[in-house]
Design a protein. Structure first.
Length: 293
């Protein structure tokens, strides 16, 4: 039996309690949690740090989709899967494993505290094991995701403090994002159609760059200093974010715009909402300090 490509050995370990725990851990790797987590971190923890997390998540998501279509490695058989949210996508590399390594180990790297590394390691191991347990991936897929996530972290750690020419002006940064997006779409492997969320992520980055720059000029908010204000600010932001998501869903159904254009527009709107609209609201409610009220 090849343990890297076989998950039959997992079946005897399955139980109702472990299944619920595995679903809970896997939820940490889905887009809904990641998006809300990054938004809350941006509002109540450290906006610059979570902007870097956003860059990492975007790059990791695109790389994951690219390598899935390049390798076209099938997932475990449907009969063994408990997670039905993966659809018909390929297995290698595991997006959950890659995202867990990218997000949690980067935060630990930024925090530089033993407890952060311990927490990050626990979450990463839990997420990776949950994907195998639920039959969404075999160990080879998970190992591939871990390796790609680690490579992303190493590369980003080497270049994050360098000043590249496209960072000197906002327009250059935006042009760089658009050029990279166009090149990625043009070079997508095996003549496959790139996922629509690639354009959503491009719009997300464009809005993030514009939003962070404008917010620093017009508002310049910082995270709340008390736990009570952090909790209230997070709840207000989450409620506003949920309302935005519902409004976008209704608007998309009513207008029925071209899918790719709508995905890019949603990414732009969401990131501007996170970077400008919610901080402005929180500053108005005096939940976050602002140097330019």
């Amino acid at each position: 039996m090849n343990l890297l490509h076989d998950i039959d050995w997992v079946l005897p370990w399955r139980s109702p309690g472990l299944t619920q725990a595995a679903f809970a851990m896997s939820w940490l790797g889905y887009a809904t949690f990641i998006m809300f987590f990054m938004a809350v971190g941006y509002w109540v923890w450290n906006k610059e740090m979570f902007f870097r997390v956003m860059l990492l998540v975007t790059f990791s998501a695109v790389c994951n989709a690219f390598f899935k279509d390049l390798l076209q490695s099938p997932r475990p058989p449907l009969a063994l899967r408990l997670d039905d949210l993966v659809g018909e996508s390929y297995g290698m590399p595991s997006g959950h494993a890659q995202m867990a390594v990218t997000i949690w180990f980067w935060l630990a790297y930024e925090i530089r505290r033993p407890w952060a590394w311990l927490l990050a390691s626990t979450i990463v191991v839990g997420v990776c094991l949950s994907r195998i347990y639920l039959g969404a991936h075999d160990p080879a897929d998970v190992l591939g995701g871990v390796m790609l996530g680690a490579a992303t972290l190493f590369l980003f750690a080497q270049i994050k403090d360098r000043q590249w020419f496209w960072q000197t002006r906002t327009i250059w940064s935006l042009m760089f994002v658009l050029l990279v997006t166009a090149a990625t779409l043009a070079g997508w492997p095996n003549m496959a159609k790139p996922p629509n969320y690639v354009l959503m992520l491009a719009g997300w980055i464009v809005g993030g760059i514009l939003g962070l720059r404008y917010e620093n000029l017009a508002l310049s908010f910082s995270a709340p200093t008390s736990w009570s204000r952090q909790i209230i600010a997070a709840l207000v932001g989450i409620l506003a974010f949920i309302l935005l998501q519902k409004a976008l869903k209704i608007t998309g159904a009513a207008l029925n715009p071209p899918a790719q254009a709508w995905e890019a527009s949603k990414g732009l709107i969401i990131s501007l909402f996170i970077a400008i609209a919610v901080p402005w609201l929180l500053a108005r409610l005096r939940l976050v300090p602002s140097r330019r009220p």
